[in-house]
Design a protein around this ligand. Structure first.
Ligand SMILES: NC(=O)c1ccc[n+]([C@@H]2O[C@H](COP(=O)([O-])OP(=O)(O)OC[C@H]3O[C@@H](n4cnc5c(N)ncnc54)[C@H](OP(=O)(O)O)[C@@H]3O)[C@@H](O)[C@H]2O)c1
Length: 264
């Protein structure tokens, strides 16, 4: 079974590396096309995949074609491949703000499934969202399984793709900025930056693991918060400076921005 990835930029590289390390595809059966030959060399060396500068060459033998290109490039690529697609080929679009209906207007005879992963796909730790016009279609479940090999993947209604993009994709940057802030605090207290970052990363993984089973986050916060102790002192100082409010405002600013991108 072959899969083609068109676009090996930030997200494409992460997906390709994640899939190449999964049991689902032999790296040789992952065909990558990109306009930038340097990107192709990097991903070939990193993941052992097949590469080509020709999108048409890349789509020849694959049932699954993942589009990892910028929205402004999508129309160009669709126009290029539309007359060369077989009807059994499935397009998987990661392109932000473009619906399955938009793509089917150009490519009416092919199934289109949307996938919204994040860059932690490279560590097989993505949070990915999958949707199609008909989520009951068996190919949608296969695509969920495919993205399930590079982290967690859930099928959602298409109307939730914008909130999913903010929480799931932008969320990576939000967390990393918070981790950087904690790291800076660690340095001020006396750790070297690399030590502080390693500590903060492990604490984040541990904290996330505590709520993986659905336990309310505040229950675990209470478990760390001794009355009159240092944790509550720190938490309250953060709240007095607007931590929760700043995060919610940031999420909603991102949502406002993505909501102004055309989508049905
Ligand atoms: N980054 C994320 O976390 C994330 C998460 C979810 C979804 N997305 C979506 O994923 C898509 C890709 O994002 P990205 O950050 O990976 O973009 P990117 O880094 O710009 O990568 C796009 C790649 O496509 C190449 N390309 C340009 N024109 C092409 C063509 N005609 N045929 C084949 N390849 C071509 C680009 O080459 P050049 O550099 O030479 O132009 C570049 O290597 C976007 O639509 C974005 O909305 C991103």
């Amino acid at each position: 079974m072959k899969v083609t990835v068109i676009g090996s930029g930030n997200l494409g590289k992460s997906i390709i590396s994640g899939l190449a390390n999964s049991d689902l595809f032999d790296p040789k059966n992952i065909v990558v096309a990109d306009a930038d030959p340097d990107n192709l060399e990097i991903i070939k060396a990193q993941a052992g995949v097949s590469v080509t500068e020709s999108n048409l060459e890349a789509i020849k033998e694959s049932k699954w074609i993942i589009l990892c290109i910028q929205p402004r490039i999508l129309q160009i690529v669709l126009d290029q491949i539309k007359d060369h697609l077989r009807e059994d080929q499935v397009l998987i679009s990661t392109v932000t703000g473009v619906t399955t209906e938009d793509i089917n207007e150009v490519v009416p005879n092919n199934k289109v499934i949307r996938a919204m992963p994040n860059t932690a796909a490279v560590q097989q730790q993505s949070m990915s969202f999958i949707c199609a016009e008909n989520n009951e279609d068996e190919d949608v479940e296969f695509v969920r399984r495919m993205f399930g090999t590079i982290g967690k993947a859930i099928i959602i209604e298409q109307r939730l793709m914008k909130p999913a993009t903010v929480l799931g994709a932008s969320g990576t940057a939000f967390f990393l900025r918070f981790l950087r802030a904690l790291t800076q605090g660690g340095v001020q207290m006396g750790f070297h930056p690399h030590e502080a970052q390693a500590i903060v990363a492990q604490v984040a993984i541990g904290a996330a693991s505590l709520i993986e089973d659905g336990t309310q986050a505040e229950v675990e916060v209470d478990n760390v918060t001794t009355p009159r102790g240092c944790t509550i002192e720190g938490l309250n100082a953060m709240e007095h400076n607007g931590l929760t409010s700043a995060v919610i405002k940031g999420v909603m600013a991102a949502f406002d921005k993505i909501s102004n991108i055309h989508e049905a």
